[in-house]
Design a binder for this molecule. Structure first.
Ligand code: BEZ
Ligand code: FE
Length: 291
C-alpha cells in the first residue's frame, strides 16, 4: 500500500474492508467507488472538500431532537424521495416523504370525528377506505394524520398551537372507512436558516412545499405506508422543494353547498355548515414482506 495512486487508492481502501455480511460490503465498497470517482471527475480541491465538511459539521451542530439537518439535506437533494420510490411496492398507494414534523402520541379520533376544532379555514371532510391489495377493506387499520394550520406551521413549530393541534390517530371500522373534518392545509417553507438553506441559496432554489396532509397507515400483515395527499390547486405542486408530489396523490377538494353531500356516519355532521369541501381517497396496503 506504499504506492497508492489516484486510481489504485480505491481498490486499496476497499481491500481493507472485512465486513461481516455481503450487503454491508456492497453498500460500503460502492460508496467508496462513487465518492472516489466524484473526486477524480471534478478534480476536487482542498477548499471545496473543506467546505463540504464544514456544511456537514454545521448540520450536526444545528440538529437536535426536533430538527435533523441531515434529513433535510437528503430531502432537498431528492435522496429521500428516491429511496421512497425505490421501496414503494407496486400495487399499493404510492409513498411520499415522512418529513420531520411527525410526533408520537396524537389523540384518538373516532371515525367521522372533528380534527378541525377551532382552526381557521374552510371545513374539509376527508374520508375513504383502507384496502388490501385485493381490494378488500381492512377493519382495524390505524391512520396517523398530521398537517399544518392555515399559517403554514405544524403544532410543534408554533407555540400558539396546542401540541396535538391538527394531529390525530384513527382506527378504521368494519367497512375499512376513515373520516374526519379538518381545514385545507397551507403551503409552507422547509427550514432554511441552516446549512441546508445555504444549499438552496447557492442553487437559486426556493424552500416551498405544496400544501399536504401527512398519513402513516398501518395494518396487521401489511407494509406500513408513509404518504402525503396534495390539493390539486396548490401553486407549488410542480416545484416541491423535497420532490414528494406524485400524480396519484393529488386530490380534488369538491365544494359542497348542501349538507346532504356529507359522507354518511359523520359524528360531527350536526356542527358542519355549508359550504364545505369533501375529499375522497382510498389507501391500498400491500402484504408485509416475510421475515
Ligand atoms: C414535511 O412535509 O413536513 C417536510 C418534508 C421534508 C422536509 C421538511 C418538511
Ligand atoms: Fe409536511
Amino acid at each position: 500500500m506504499r504506492n497508492v495512486g489516484t486510481h489504485s487508492i480505491s481498490d486499496a481502501v476497499k481491500a481493507t474492508f472485512k465486513c461481516e455480511d455481503e450487503r454491508t460490503a456492497l453498500l460500503l465498497t460502492r460508496l467508496v467507488d462513487y465518492l472516489h470517482d466524484y473526486a477524480r471527475e471534478v478534480n476536487l480541491t482542498h477548499a471545496e472538500w473543506r467546505k463540504a465538511i464544514e456544511m456537514l459539521t454545521k448540520a450536526g451542530e444545528i440538529s437536535d431532537e426536533e430538527r435533523n439537518e441531515f434529513v433535510l439535506f437528503s430531502d432537498l437533494l431528492g435522496v429521500s424521495s428516491l429511496v421512497d420510490m425505490i421501496n414503494s411496492p407496486p400495487g399499493g398507494t404510492e409513498s411520499s416523504v415522512l418529513g420531520p414534523f411527525h410526533i408520537l402520541g396524537a389523540p384518538d379520533l373516532p371515525i367521522g370525528g372533528d380534527m378541525k376544532k377551532d382552526n381557521e379555514g374552510p371545513t374539509s371532510v376527508v374520508s375513504g377506505i383502507v384496502r388490501d391489495g385485493n381490494g378488500k377493506s381492512i377493519e382495524g387499520a390505524v391512520l396517523e394524520i398530521w398537517q399544518t394550520s392555515d399559517n403554514g406551521l405544524y403544532s410543534n413549530q408554533d407555540p400558539g398551537q396546542d401540541r396535538f393541534n391538527l394531529r390525530a390517530r384513527q382506527v378504521t371500522g368494519a367497512d375499512g372507512r376513515y373520516a374526519f373534518t379538518t381545514v385545507k392545509p397551507a403551503p409552507y417553507t422547509v427550514p432554511d436558516d441552516g446549512p441546508a438553506g445555504e444549499l438552496l441559496a447557492v442553487t437559486n432554489r426556493h424552500p416551498w412545499r405544496p400544501s399536504h396532509l401527512h398519513f402513516i397507515v398501518m395494518a396487521d400483515g401489511c407494509q406500513t405506508l408513509v404518504t402525503e395527499l396534495f390539493p390539486e390547486d396548490d401553486p407549488y405542486l410542480d416545484e416541491d422543494a423535497v420532490f414528494g408530489v406524485r400524480e396519484s396523490l393529488i386530490l380534488t377538494y369538491k365544494r359542497r353547498d348542501d349538507l346532504a353531500d356529507l359522507p354518511p356516519g359523520l359524528e360531527v355532521a350536526a356542527s358542519i355548515e355549508a359550504p364545505f369541501y369533501t375529499v375522497d381517497f382510498d389507501f391500498t396496503l400491500v402484504p408485509a414482506v416475510a421475515g
